[in-house]
Write a protein that binds this ligand. Structure first.
Ligand code: DUR
Ligand code: ZN
Length: 139
C-alpha cells in the first residue's frame, strides 16, 4: 500500500502524546496506526511508581485496537517523541505490534518507510502456535 497518509498518522501520534502520563521520565511518547478498517488507533505511554510496570504507547494502542473495535489488523504505524520526531519502538513493543501487523506492517522510519520484517526479523508469532502437537495429545 503506497497511499498511506503519514502526516496524518504522525499528527495523531503527536496528539496522543499530549495524553501521556510520564511523571517519572518526563518522556512522552505517542503512537498511531492505520487499521484494516480505515480507522486510526492511538496510544500514549502510562508510567507507574513501580517503574518496570510502565506501559509503552504501543501497549495502549494494541489494547485500544480491540477494546474500541477499531479493526483487527494494523496496516501502518507511526510513533513520535515529544518533538514529533519518529521514535523506534522498543523490543517488547515490536513483538506486541507483530501480533496484529505481521511482517508487512509499514513503519514510519527516520529515512522513509520500513516494514516490521526490517525491524523484527525472523519473528515468533501466531503462526508458530498453529497446527502444533499439544504435549497432552502425545500421551
Ligand atoms: O517504544 C517505546 C519506548 C519507550 N516508551 C516510553 C516508556 C517510558 O515511559 C518512556 C521512557 O522509556 O518512553 C514507549 O512508550 N514506547
Ligand atoms: Zn515499548
Amino acid at each position: 500500500m503506497t497511499d498511506i497518509d503519514w502526516g496524518a498518522l504522525r499528527s495523531a501520534a503527536s496528539a496522543a502524546s499530549a495524553r501521556a502520563y510520564v511523571p517519572y521520565s518526563h518522556y512522552p511518547v505517542g503512537a498511531a496506526a492505520l487499521t484494516d478498517t480505515g480507522n486510526i488507533v492511538t496510544g500514549a505511554n502510562v508510567e507507574n511508581a513501580s517503574y518496570g510496570l510502565t506501559l509503552c504507547a504501543e501497549c495502549a494502542l494494541v489494547s485500544k485496537l480491540h477494546t474500541d473495535a477499531l479493526g483487527t489488523r494494523l496496516v501502518a504505524f507511526a510513533c513520535v517523541d515529544a518533538a514529533g520526531a519518529p521514535l523506534q519502538p522498543c523490543g517488547r513493543c515490536r513483538q506486541l505490534l507483530y501480533e496484529f501487523g505481521g511482517d508487512e506492517l509499514l513503519i514510519d522510519g527516520p529515512e522513509g518507510t520500513l516494514t516490521m520484517k526490517d525491524i523484527l526479523p525472523w519473528a515468533f508469532g501466531p503462526a508458530h502456535l498453529e497446527n502444533h502437537t499439544h504435549l497432552e495429545d502425545t500421551k
